[in-house]
Write a protein that binds this ligand. Structure first.
Ligand code: SF4
Length: 669
């Protein structure tokens, strides 16, 4: 296997600027009459889930998707029969006045691709399975044997390129992390470099044939891998002198509901922040018309982004943007060092927190037992501002309060003060907590005096605030400064939003906080309630609960703290063999207490096993009413009747020692 280190470290640049919002200038590619890339707005697209042979159903669903905001619609073409039927779908859409460009989705079947390329405006091929079949074998190649493989691919792929050129059809070379060929895996590994090389092998053939109407994508269900692969792709295109092809962004198998939205934001939003991406597909296990509004919400944030407050430029990136590595920090109590990122709930707006209120942040008091129960969303700290909590807190929950309240508190040992920059510079060491103090500052506050203080005193944790519209970039710049001046103080990322909807909060927090966590930056996070309009206490408590759940969701989506089961479910398409939404809900109901376990739920056996990537267990449709169950990549049971499959799946988890009974609550006195 080839080492990727020297390639990676030769250049760190993958975007125009890390501090000033600026969209990467890509090549303009026309898909039918709607161009993408270049100066065009970031386009929104999605994929139908109906059987492609159902012409009327496909047309109706396409229309619903267009009405919901899709600018391109992708339809699966698993064989020449479906590819041929794209003609009928297109004819009917045009007859009804819909000019939306159609994209044929191809896996394994070059003959379907060659037919579809004559019918629709774009074909999507997966370089992992266009000319290869996956057997999960480790292969060893000599240079000449590898070259012979490339020649074989060229022979198989060239006819499609020629047809696309002749018909003016665009093409997406879309790598999926989960379906890399055995050949690529053996040579480059199951990593971002393997993903990039998988696409480049096909791209070089296109350029040799003077065909450039290409869009590239690097999807994965692992947000860290996905972000690293896109960055590496851009860097490699520049390095090799290839054209700046437009990028299609997506997180595969993101799941449903809140988890799917947050995960999509963490992956897609992180790249959009750096100006990468020309078209977006959010893939949710929901009706496809629900995807476009989420994509629109992600993309629209950048319309007004240029012109944000300036951020100090950065000459050198002090982290490796192509490989996850957590920033090394000092451990202070249970924050920083090897600890998981901590969550702080903000209850600073309440003047009278009662025992029963803590259930909104995951700590339930049982009066009859005089015990506390903590669920998976039990926060580590609660901030109470100027109104300290009057009762004894449960184990596992610590209180932070404003310094002015702390100094008057009866308990200055187990409660911790939050200080402003001014306070911290005025007070002497004896007047603050000897072990843990929180210092709330913005990047602008990080001057010589604060740097000196943080170097000399190791009882501070930074609560990193920002007022910049380009918030993620400014906070990242703050981290870079800390790394450069060699300060290992732990940092809690603070984000505050002014009265936004729950869905916006999922998307914005996913992007802003997730974008930092993905690069190993941050020892914890808090969503501040400071900018919310004050409302009745019960409404505020519900908001605090929502904030708390979203915070844990972001940590999970960025793969930095697993607090719940992860479902890697495919968005479904014309190949799907069961009702994915209903099945996902059924599996979720029985397994959502299995903290950190990853379960893949895939609609078909053709692509499912590959695309569920790093799932621990897999539930894959293998025939009408038949399910094949996996442990990792290994088949454990084939053709299980679907009505028994969830029980069988649980048995496999049990036999593997990972099953726990649903009573997952932690008791504390
Ligand atoms: S795994 Fe799901 S989305 Fe992918 S091809 Fe199969 S059914 Fe379609």
């Amino acid at each position: 296997m080839i080492s990727n280190h020297s390639i990676i470290l030769s250049s760190n640049h993958y975007c125009n600027s890390l501090t000033e919002y600026s969209r990467r200038k890509s090549r303009e590619v026309y898909i039918g009459e709607i161009p993408l890339g270049g100066e065009n707005p970031i386009r929104i697209q999605s994929m139908t889930t109906i059987d492609t042979m159902d012409t009327e159903g496909s047309v109706a669903q396409t229309i619903r998707m267009v009405e919901a905001g899709c600018e391109y619609v992708r339809i699966t073409a698993p064989s020449v029969t479906e590819a041929q039927n794209l003609q009928e779908i297109k004819k009917e859409l045009r007859k009804r006045g819909y000019k939306v460009p159609l994209i044929a989705d191809i896996h394994f079947t070059p003959n379907a691709a060659e037919l579809a390329a004559r019918i629709v405006e774009k074909v999507r091929i997966n370089p992992g399975n266009y000319a290869d079949k996956k057997k999960f074998e480790v292969l060893e190649y000599t240079e000449s044997a590898y070259q012979a493989e490339l020649d074989r691919i060229r022979a198989r792929f060239t006819p499609l390129v020629k047809i696309c050129k002749e018909y003016g059809t665009a093409m997406r070379i879309g790598t999926n992390h989960g379906s890399l060929s055995d050949r690529i895996m053996s040579r480059y590994g199951d990593n971002p470099l393997g993903m990039v090389e998988s696409a480049l092998e096909f791209l070089r053939i296109c350029e040799d044939l003077n065909y450039y109407d290409i869009i590239l994508s690097m999807k994965s269900s692992n947000t860290q891998v996905m972000v690293q692969a896109y960055r590496l792709l851009v860097q490699k295109l520049d390095q090799e002198g290839l054209k700046p092809y437009p990028l299609h962004l997506g997180v595969t198998e993101a799941g449903e509901g809140e988890d799917g939205r947050i995960k999509s934001a963490v992956g897609i939003g992180t790249l959009l922040e750096d100006g990468l991406g020309d078209t977006v597909r959010v893939s949710l296990t929901e009706e496809p018309e629900f995807e476009a509004p989420v994509a629109r919400m992600l993309v629209d944030r950048y319309i007004k982004r240029p012109g944000h407050l300036p951020i100090k430029k950065v000459d050198k990136i002090p982290i490796n943007p192509y490989q996850y590595e957590k920033r090394k920090t000092r451990e202070i109590l249970n924050i920083g060092g090897e600890n998981v990122p901590r969550v702080i709930a903000d209850m600073g707006l309440f003047s009278d927190v009662e025992m029963k209120d803590l259930k909104y942040i995951g700590h339930h008091y049982l009066p009859e037992l005089d015990k506390w129960i903590m669920n998976d969303h039990g926060t580590d700290y609660v901030y109470t501002g100027l109104h300290p909590i009057s009762f004894m807190l449960p184990n596992g929950l610590k209180e932070i309060m404003d310094y002015d309240a702390w100094i008057l508190s009866d308990d200055k040992v187990n409660k911790f003060p939050l200080l402003t920059r001014k306070q911290v510079l005025q007070l002497s060491a004896g007047e603050v907590h000897p072990v843990l103090n929180f210092l709330r500052i913005r990047f602008i506050d990080l001057d010589k005096a604060i740097i000196r203080l943080l170097k000399e005193h190791h009882n501070y944790v930074i609560l990193m605030d920002t007022d910049n519209e380009h918030a993620m970039a400014e906070q990242r710049r703050f981290f870079f400064e800390l790394i450069e001046v060699k300060i290992d103080t732990p940092v809690i990322i603070l984000r505050k939003y002014r009265n936004i909807s729950e869905e916006q909060l999922q998307i914005y927090a996913g992007t802003d906080i997730g974008g930092l966590l993905i690069d190993g930056l941050g020892d914890g996070t808090t969503l501040s309630t400071q900018l919310l309009f004050p409302r009745a206490k019960d409404k505020m408590l519900k908001l605090v609960k929502q904030f708390n759940i979203i915070t844990f969701g972001v940590l999970q989506a960025a793969r930095t703290r697993m607090s719940k089961t992860e479902y890697i479910s495919c968005p479904s398409c014309g190949r799907t063999l069961f009702d994915l939404q209903e099945t996902t809900a059924r599996i979720r109901k029985r397994t959502d207490h299995l903290k950190g376990v990853k379960i893949g739920i895939m609609g078909c056996i053709v692509n499912g096993p590959g695309e569920m990537a790093d799932a621990d267990y897999g539930y894959v449709g293998s025939g009408k009413g038949k399910i094949t169950l996996y442990k990792g990549k290994e088949v454990v049971k084939r053709s299980v009747p679907s009505e028994e499959a969830v029980d069988e799946l649980i048995e496999i988890i049990r036999a593997d020692g990972k099953w726990i009974e649903p009573d997952n609550l932690v008791l504390s006195s």
